[in-house]
Design a protein around this ligand. Structure first.
Ligand SMILES: NC(=O)c1ccc[n+]([C@@H]2O[C@H](COP(=O)([O-])OP(=O)(O)OC[C@H]3O[C@@H](n4cnc5c(N)ncnc54)[C@H](OP(=O)(O)O)[C@@H]3O)[C@@H](O)[C@H]2O)c1
Length: 373
């Protein structure tokens, strides 16, 4: 695909028909580095011309600066590529404008959101995407590639499963962008899926013990992207996602519901965003290189039959860069499925196993996938 959209950049060799928007953000830069390691020459974009040029010049890549509201510039840039990997979030403010431009220009869309409302909004537009022949595959980062692939694998092992529980633990803190996105979501509470519908619940509404591999630890429910996506990947109607949390943090999360009206106030959010801008951009290189993430999952049915497994992989932001680049590679190769997609629905449970340093272990499974008690 895309031969017609390939062009020569100013002296740097053939340009890869991939646009990375938000390229100078913390995660955008990691993805650019991964793209360059693969020998690609993507077009970089973002709204701050100076910061964009710094990253692009460092790698010798073509670049173009524009705001997402500049429809002419956005469309003109998308027309030159086959696929955009959108890295500028919070995505509740940016995804729809990029997707509409993709519809106008016939461009495939990838992003790294994990925001449930964005994922649900994109899923609801699937017929439009199919009509235009474009694939819209959000959540190509840590949230949700490994969890989505684990969920799909467990569903294959236990096709009658009606409940999915996923838990993860990560190390090393979060980027400013992730913290800004969390601030935007403050006061909105948690979310689980029940009987196919997403239900609002209190923060850390459910807790349980899980074993990531070295004994039971406590995890609490959070509104993670899989509450949206795992339903489309597996068809399982009841989904809860948890993360490992110290008991003190769980108590604090539960207390948040008492002050959620305050946290929703724009002046409070402004102060929190200001504080976020004072933190480090994201985990340092050493943390990304040595950190590990662990994911536990269980797909079960009401008769007590279950499939359970654990997946271990790189630190979350390193994971995101590997996963997003791998999915972009598949799109650039022409493996696309028009409509709304999830990572595992499009590329199977094995997608995650094609990424570096990922291991998967089966803890327990029904005797055979066809097992009926
Ligand atoms: N799913 C996952 O696993 C995963 C992993 C990593 C990151 N993320 C998400 O990805 C997003 C970016 O994270 P990050 O770590 O790269 O954060 P970051 O370092 O703060 O970068 C954010 C980038 O988005 C741009 N941006 C934000 N709002 C924009 C808008 N309205 N128009 C144009 N550009 C805009 C920023 O440009 P300016 O600096 O000019 O504002 C910057 O380039 C966050 O939403 C984060 O939650 C998800």
């Amino acid at each position: 695909m895309g031969a017609d959209k390939r062009s020569e950049s100013n002296g740097g060799g053939p340009v890869t028909p991939l646009l990375i928007y938000g390229a100078y953000g913390y995660t955008g830069q990691l993805i650019v580095e991964e793209a360059v390691k693969r020998g690609w020459r993507p077009v970089l974009a973002g709204r701050d011309a100076t910061r964009l040029a710094e990253v692009a010049d460092h790698h010798g890549l073509p670049h173009t600066a524009f705001e997402l509201g500049d429809r002419d510039a956005l469309d003109a840039t998308l027309k030159k590529v086959d696929v955009v990997l959108h890295c500028a979030g919070p995505f509740r403010h940016t995804a729809q404008r990029m997707v509409e431009a993709c519809l106008r220009t016939g461009t495939h869309y990838l992003d790294i959101t994990g925001e449930i409302e964005v994922l649900e909004s994109l899923a609801a537009q699937t017929e439009l995407f199919e009509e235009q022949g474009i694939m819209v595959l959000p959540a190509t980062g840590f949230d949700v590639v490994p969890t989505d692939c684990l969920a799909q694998w467990l569903k294959e092992l236990h096709p009658r499963a009606t409940q999915l529980e996923i838990a993860f633990e990560s190390v090393g803190g979060v980027s400013r962008g992730t913290a800004h996105t969390a601030v935007e979501q403050l006061g909105e509470g948690g979310a689980v899926r029940r009987s196919g519908r997403i239900e609002p619940v209190a923060p850390a509404h459910l807790t349980r013990e899980v074993d990531f591999g070295d004994g039971p630890v406590t995890v609490a429910s959070i509104p993670w992207g899989d509450v949206a996506t795992a339903y489309y990947s597996t068809g399982i109607p009841n989904i809860t996602v948890y993360t490992r949390m110290p008991r003190k943090a769980i108590r604090a999360m539960k207390g948040i519901s008492l002050v959620s009206p305050v946290l929703k106030q724009p002046p409070v959010k402004r102060v929190l965003h200001w504080l976020v801008n004072r933190q480090e951009a994201g985990p340092d290189e050493e943390t990304r290189r040595t950190g590990r993430t662990r994911i536990w999952g269980c797909a079960s049915s009401d008769d007590g039959v279950f499939a359970e497994g654990v997946l271990v992989g790189p630190e979350g932001y390193a994971f995101t860069a590997y996963a997003a680049a791998e999915i972009a590679a598949r799109v650039l190769d022409g493996t696309v499925f028009p409509g709304f997609q999830t990572p595992a629905k499009a590329y199977g449970a094995g997608l995650v196993m094609s990424l570096p340093d990922v291991e998967r272990e089966l803890i327990s499974a029904p005797p055979s996938p066809e097992y009926i008690p």
